[in-house]
Design a protein around this ligand. Structure first.
Ligand code: NAP
Length: 323
């Protein structure tokens, strides 16, 4: 057995309890988790809306950083490792396939490393693999100060792209600018569309990373340039879009793409990890890209950390340290 975050039966509150310890198969590493991080999906899963994919741990937690207890491949006990998980991160131990393991870049703590896998792999998948973003193109990143947003701004900038970010407060807009955004828009001050068109001299953007969904639907389509791609990965502003004029899809050759990192098949997750490792991990070691950490919490405060994320106050990642 091991300690893990479980839900108190009556109240549903997150508390430290016990769960069966993972038993690694051939080709898997056993990891002692030092830190994990919150993701919006955890909030949904806690409420019963986002069940883990088949075969995944029912314990919350989509990423972690820790040390190898049982090695495989070139990994030895004691190595510092971080990885995306299909679940199970809010626990003392996890098992992962060798192909999902990434070395923690030099100079980063476990807490910082725990804030990398989910948001940077999400941003990488959507901007580059699905969005096909190229140097010189422009991307619109909504919720720019979110965990995923802070990762997307940095990856896009380091790939030579222009970035426009939206967020809902002055300190969040400022954080986006500090991460390299070329222009920022406070979406609470009015529609973002005129400002996107103004920032792009009327051309629109090549890719939109959207977590907001229904409430941004019409403006998003109008903000896309010829051949633009709208990538929908979250529905913070609702799931049901009402009216849309589909003729612009044809007239401007637009593409709408939806995806979920968690439900990708294991081989695609391993290929994504390998590509990201090769292209971007060296930039963490050199310090030109960094995980943006909002706050660190002892994992006994998981319930409070969830409430904090729900209140939309974080800039970057909320970390739980496993003590
Ligand atoms: N499909 C996938 O594979 C995938 C993977 C990872 C994450 N995601 C999604 O990506 C999104 C971001 O995740 P995260 O963990 O980075 O979130 P996060 O750090 O909690 O940030 C979310 C931010 O979104 C903004 N927001 C909330 N409701 C909004 C609304 N109705 N309209 C506009 N902005 C709103 C808030 O910032 P402001 O103060 O600026 O409003 C909030 O702080 C979530 O929707 C998550 O489910 C999807």
């Amino acid at each position: 057995m091991m300690r893990a975050i479980v839900q108190e039966p009556e109240s549903n509150r997150l508390i430290i309890g016990e769960a069966a310890a993972p038993d690694p198969s051939y080709g898997e590493l056993l990891i002692e988790v030092k830190a994990t991080a919150l993701n919006r999906a955890d909030l949904l899963q806690k409420r019963g809306f986002y069940p883990p994919p088949s075969g995944a741990s029912p314990i919350l937690g989509l990423e972690m950083a820790g040390t190898v207890l049982e090695g495989a491949g070139s990994w030895k006990p004691g190595d510092r490792v971080m990885a995306l998980l299909p679940g199970g991160g809010y626990a003392e131990r996890v098992r992962i396939p060798v192909g999902m393991a990434m070395p923690i870049p030099k100079g980063l703590s476990f807490a910082e490393a725990a804030g990398i896998p989910e948001v940077f792999l999400t941003a990488y998948l959507n901007l580059f693999q699905l969005g096909g973003l190229q140097a010189g193109q422009t991307v619109l990143v909504h919720a720019g100060a979110s965990g995923v947003g802070t990762a997307a701004i940095q990856l896009a900038k380091s790939a030579g792209c222009d970035v426009i970010a939206t967020a809902g407060s002055a300190d969040k807009l400022d954080a986006c600018l500090k991460l390299g955004a070329d222009a920022t828009i406070d979406y609470k001050e009015g529609p973002f569309l005129p400002k996107v068109l103004e920032a792009t001299a009327g051309r629109g953007v090549d890719v939109i990373m959207d977590f907001v969904g229904a409430s941004y639907w019409e403006q998003n389509l109008s903000a896309l340039a010829l051949d633009g791609k709208l990538i929908v990965i979250g529905l913070l502003g609702g799931a049901k879009a009402t009216e849309v004029n589909l003729s612009q899809l044809i007239a401007r050759r637009l593409q709408i793409i939806g995806t979920s990192l968690r439900t990708l098949p294991p081989d695609r997750k391993e290929a994504l990890t390998a590509e990201f490792k090769e292209r971007f991990l060296p930039l963490f070691a050199s310090g030109s890209i960094r995980p943006v950490i909002d706050s660190e919490w002892n994992w006994s405060q998981a319930e409070e950390a969830h409430a904090y994320m729900e209140s939309n106050r974080n800039i970057g990642k909320i970390i739980l340290t496993i003590l």
